[in-house]
Design a binder for this molecule. Structure first.
Ligand code: URP
Ligand code: ZN
Ligand code: ZN
Ligand code: ZN
Length: 512
């Protein structure tokens, strides 16, 4: 007789977005099969057994904001920079950090010969297939123009054939930003196709104006990148995007919110019943302006390691406010925005010449920092272990809500019969020795971590993908082609609660 289960996880506290209970999990054929307070010895005979020893057992992490194999040199930011991780190295890093699903970005460019979104996705898919992924993956599409025929003809195909049900739009970066009317065009097309619109909300004009002023005064060191994007830049753009989305009742998700001012806009819109969602990331809870001026010399390029957009917030009181937003539901999801650039590389981080030490300008330093592997453990350390968020909230933010928002639920983000058996099992908190992180412990292809030396109070002990252990006790057990491409459905959140904005509903109705 074949065993009832392939794998059982016993003695864990099973945490979902709804509950945290002592419970055993029986897994069969890659799916969650049975949840039970206990199993008899007959039931588990022949199965592989993992003893969680009282630790948390959670749905595997879903990181909905990861940049891999992206052409960042010409198009993406117009800032230069070579994406250091491909699907193999990026997904390997994710697996070691407790993540079992990533959603990465295929990007359109302004290149006239390269306008087709379908061709962009096909080409990007070829890159993913060239190396393979350790974990399951899906794609968002970055749209940088509003060609009516492309939006009309191609979006339905992206949804139907590829399950690409989310797009990202930029309000900054010369080579990518859309004007307000262009934003409205793409939002309306997204809405018609039930595509979730992700917005990078920073006021591009304010940034450009400030950056030129700073440069003219010779203020070019990495720190000035933050001063070229003060919090009001994000506040203005979120406010405007909420108004634009409200005009047509289009649900939007603000990616990488870094400022409490922007979070307050989001909260206010949510209070009005608008379908406005937001994401924040580890860098906004752990880094500050101080990290951009650690080395007080304009020729010291080390400070470029912490450059991302939006920048880390000014001080630690901002961290407290953002943690509050995680607790009170302002933030729907918590993602890494893993955007990997090597430091010691001609197309990497430093602005200027590493050999001659001649400084360049913060304007030419590629934006983005690595963090797909540290995302879960940083939130465990700073949020869960400190009591700022509950274990259930942790699961909601790192797994369940991203699955719901991006059309993967309940295949992903759940521990219920029939769901994929994707799990992260932590170390028992009582016996785990906190440790200081160093980059050589990580599995990405980046030569630094912004969290070098930071103390972590826990780390995933096991990562399980569809019933197979891919990370155990500090060792990778998975392989590059274990991961499968995920065709995604529409957002579980739909168009959001019926708002009080009847004016918007009217506009939305006659436009369709
Ligand atoms: O600085 C950042 N966030 N780089 C990644 C690209 C993006 O805008 O998300
Ligand atoms: Zn962005
Ligand atoms: Zn990003
Ligand atoms: Zn090099």
């Amino acid at each position: 007789m074949s065993p009832k289960f392939d794998l059982v996880v016993v003695n864990g506290i099973v945490v979902t977005a709804a509950d945290a209970v002592p419970c055993c999990i029986g897994i069969k054929g890659g799916k969650i099969h049975t949840l039970s307070p206990s199993f008899s010895s007959d039931e588990i005979e022949g199965a592989q057994i993992i003893d969680a020893e009282g630790a948390y057992v959670m749905p595997g992490g879903v990181d909905a904001h990861v940049h891999l194999c992206q052409d960042l040199k010409t198009g993406a930011h117009g800032l230069g920079g070579e994406c250091a991780d491909d699907f193999e190295t990026g997904s390997r890093s994710a697996a070691a950090g407790g993540t079992t699903t990533i959603i990465t970005f295929a990007t359109q460019t302004r290149d006239e010969t390269d306008r087709s979104l379908i061709k962009v996705v096909e080409a990007y898919n070829a890159r993913a297939e060239a190396t393979g992924s350790f974990i399951d993956y899906g794609f968002h599409i970055i749209i940088v123009r509003n060609d009516p025929e492309i939006l009309e003809n191609e979006l339905p195909i992206l949804v139907r054939d590829w399950g690409v049900t989310s797009c990202k739009l930029f309000m900054t970066y010369k080579s990518q930003r859309l004007t307000d009317t262009q934003l409205l065009d793409v939002m309306l097309a997204s809405q018609k196709n039930e595509i979730t619109t992700m917005i990078h909300a920073e006021n591009g004009d304010m940034i450009q104006w400030l950056a030129e002023k700073l440069e003219n005064k010779g203020m070019v060191a990495p720190y000035y990148h933050a001063l070229s994007r003060p919090p009001v830049v994000e506040m203005e753009a979120t406010n405007r995007a909420i108004a634009l989305a409200g005009l047509i009742e289009n649900p939007i998700l603000f990616v990488h919110i870094g400022s409490p001012l922007a979070a307050a806009n989001v909260r206010n819109a949510q209070t009005q019943g608008m379908p406005i969602y937001a994401e924040t990331c580890p860098q906004y809870l752990n880094l500050t302006y101080d990290d951009l001026q650690k080395f007080h010399s304009p020729t010291c390029f080390e400070n470029s390691k912490h450059i991302c957009s939006p920048p880390p917030p000014p001080g630690t009181s901002d961290h407290d406010e953002l943690y509050l937003g995680l607790h009170n539901g302002t933030f729907t999801i918590f993602s890494s925005d893993h955007c990997p650039f090597r430091y010691d590389h001609p197309h990497g981080k430093p602005s200027g010449d590493l050999v001659s030490r001649k400084p360049g300008s913060f304007r030419f330093i590629p934006n983005g920092i690595p963090g797909v592997e540290t995302r879960m453990s940083l939130l465990y350390t700073g949020g869960l272990a400190t009591g700022r968020i509950t274990p259930r909230k942790f699961v909601e933010l790192t797994s369940t809500n991203p699955s719901k928002l991006y059309g993967l639920y309940p295949k992903k983000g759940a521990i219920m019969p029939g769901s994929d058996a994707d799990l992260v099992i932590w170390h028992p908190q009582k016996t785990f020795e906190p440790f200081a992180l160093s980059n050589d412990m990580l599995h990405h292809n980046v030569d630094y971590t912004p969290y070098e030396g930071k103390e972590f109070v826990n780390w995933p002990r096991y990562t399980i993908l569809r019933g197979r252990v891919i990370w155990a006790e500090g060792e990778l057990k998975g392989k590059p082609y274990d991961g499968e491409y995920l065709k995604r459905g529409p957002s579980y959140f739909g168009t959001g609660p019926a708002g009080r904005r009847r004016d918007a509903r009217k506009t939305a109705t006659w436009l369709r």
